[in-house]
Write a protein that binds this ligand. Structure first.
Ligand code: FAD
Length: 550
């Protein structure tokens, strides 16, 4: 298979990139490990931010200011500016493409409040915003000739002399390892909060495969320790109760029925306020009863359904028990404002990338817009790169290596249960590298992850049939999850201060000018870590060094 542009991932970022690249006349393939309509983007419920001023006067400068404030000094101001300035046009374009945004009586796109924003700035489609976006983008991509390759698991990046040549892929239907060649590759494979298995809003397979591949390819990954915990996961199973509930006027109350925090504050602050309540023996609830059945029905139908199916709770007359859970990864593969990595022709966008728009703490509604805006930017740049460059031959030894790995996993007798190991990882991450961290916990986590990595190296499939074998994918995913988890804990250890989503109980004072944590892999698989100062000068210097090193 040969493509001008190959996109990995069918979320908002990947679909936006594919659509833009196809519109430039390039041959675009889009590969995803499940079905194209299944992604975190499809699960996104609350909304997508842009300054439209349809409900009240608003300014792009206010969107920039709110985003920078929430990011606590770790945002890249250029990336924030690009996102906020382009957001209104992106929303108008999506609307024109047929995305059915909820409208006001004056036929304007309706907007609601979200935490950390001073204004009604979040556009929505009931509380099924992501699903509606993905469906329409998918339809438009197909019309534009994008070739979809569902149920293909991307294993690794293939590069030659600092330039991308393609990716190695496991075809899930028969476990064949293939190579997809491309002039440009866009990674849009989402985050890794699924490694907090059992304590997350994310599905289990959101485990950072491409981040692990990036580490193996010696790319730099940035600020991985900054994992955002969403304050309102359903206590029973972590299912997300969207911020839209608070945006529409829902309250957070304790067992005595008392409100204890500004419900429209940022997620890190609300999460810590909830944890303080829980530490004092209180249970915490989301309360939407006062909104009335009609509003709940029209604005929060998914919330109503989730609570009913999971807990038999009628939210119109009962309180909803909640707990904070891992939700979003601010860190990721380091890219510049064009989405370019340090491998030529390799781009990244969406949650897998770290371009600096979210800093230490993402604002609700800023993730979908980041995916849509930078998906478009990256799609354009990838197409441009593909038009200007020729194909590079693929080194088939790298593919043969993956084939041998798959054969190894199919051979041999299994000693451990892959699902049990995944659960152990989730528990360890939540307890030791979760909402509160300290050095002793993180060292424990690091040691335990090393131990799990050893066990995982000897995992084999129990079922030997190669047709649609779920075990092989689960084993590959666990190996990636552990590689990412190790880098997260390593990064968390090196960030000694508390900032945004990273709360160190053993923090030593406040850091005047926060730095980035940047990790890469050395020969032999050892991790190398650097603390790097923020600001344009340091960013440019770092970027030049990276290109020089590569
Ligand atoms: C429950 C929930 C609700 C949310 N609500 C909101 C909201 O209201 N507003 C907001 O702004 N944000 C929200 N978010 C966050 C937001 O949805 C995500 O950050 C965003 O959708 C990420 O988009 P993405 O395109 O980067 O990746 P994703 O949507 O996660 O897509 C990743 C894609 O990559 C593919 N992939 C991954 N690994 C591989 C591999 N090895 N091989 C092949 N394919 C692979 C996956 O199959 C998938 O197609 C929510 C998140 C969750 C979980």
């Amino acid at each position: 298979m040969i493509y001008d542009v190959l996109v990995v991932g069918a979320g908002v970022a990947g679909l936006s990139a594919a659509l833009e690249a196809a519109s430039k006349g390039t041959h675009v393939g889009l590969v995803c490990k499940s079905l194209p309509l299944r992604s975190n983007s499809s699960m996104a419920s609350g909304g997508i931010n842009a300054v439209l001023s349809t409900m009240e006067p608003d300014e792009v400068s206010a969107h920039i200011a709110d985003t920078l404030k929430s990011g606590q000094g770790l945002c890249d101001p250029d990336a924030v500016r690009v996102m906020c300035q382009r957001a209104p046009a992106t929303i108008r374009k999506l609307h024109k493409l047929g995305v059915p945004f909820d409208m006001t009586e004056e036929a304007e796109i309706s907007q609601r409040s979200f935490g950390g924003s001073g204004k009604k700035r979040t556009c929505y489609i009931g509380d099924k915003t992501g699903a509606a976006l993905v469906q329409q983008l998918f339809k438009k991509c197909r019309e534009a000739g994008v070739e979809f390759l569902p149920n293909h698991f991307v294993m690794n990046l293939i590069e030659s002399k600092g330039r991308i040549c393609g990716v190695s892929v496991l075809r899930k239907s028969d476990s064949q390892v293939l190579a997809f060649a491309a002039k440009a590759v866009v990674l849009a494979s989402g985050g890794f909060a699924g490694i907090y298995n059992g304590h997350t809003t994310n599905p289990l397979d959101t485990n950072g495969d491409m981040l692990a591949a990036a580490l193996r390819a010696k790319l730099w990954v940035k600020d991985l320790e900054l994992v955002q915990f969403h304050p309102t996961g359903l206590a029973k199973n972590g299912a997300l109760l969207s911020e839209a509930a608070r945006g529409e006027g829902g309250y957070l109350v304790n067992s005595k029925g008392e409100r204890f925090v500004d419900e429209l504050s940022t997620r890190d602050k609300i999460t810590r306020a909830i944890m303080a309540q829980m530490a004092s023996g209180e249970k915490v609830f989301l309360d939407v009863r006062h909104l009335g059945s009609a509003k709940i029905e029209t604005r929060l139908p998914s919330l109503k359904q989730t609570c009913w199916t999971s807990l038999n709770i009628d939210v119109a007359c009962e309180l909803i028990p909640i707990t904070p859970v891992a939700h979003y990864c601010m860190g990721g593969i380091e890219v510049d404002v064009n989405g370019q990595t340090t491998i030529k022709g390799l781009f990244a966008c969406g949650e897998v990338a770290c371009n600096g728009v979210h800093g230490a703490n993402r604002l609700g509604g800023n993730s979908l817009i980041e995916g849509a805006v930078f998906g478009e930017v990256v799609g354009f740049n990838a197409a441009h790169f593909a038009i200007k460059n020729t194909f590079l031959p693929i080194d088939y030894e790298s593919v043969a290596k993956e084939m041998r790995r798959v054969e190894y996993i199919y051979g041999g007798e299994n000693l451990y249960n892959v699902n049990a190991l995944r659960k152990q990882l989730g528990k360890t991450m939540f307890e030791k590298a979760g909402i509160y961290r300290n050095e002793a916990f993180l060292v424990d986590a690091f040691e335990y992850i090393k131990y799990l990595r050893k066990l995982t190296a000897s995992l084999h499939c129990i079922t030997k049939s190669k047709d649609n074998n779920v075990e092989i994918v689960a084993i590959l995913e666990l190996a990636n999850a552990l590689q990412v988890a190790e880098a997260v804990v390593f990064s968390a250890l090196s960030r000694k201060e508390s900032i945004g989503a990273h709360e160190r109980t053993d923090a030593k004072g406040v850091i005047a000018s926060p730095a980035h944590t940047v990790v890469s892999t050395l020969k032999g698989g050892f991790l190398k870590i650097e603390r790097e100062r923020t600001g344009a000068f340091w960013r440019t210097k770092r970027w030049l060094m990276r290109h020089f090193i590569n």
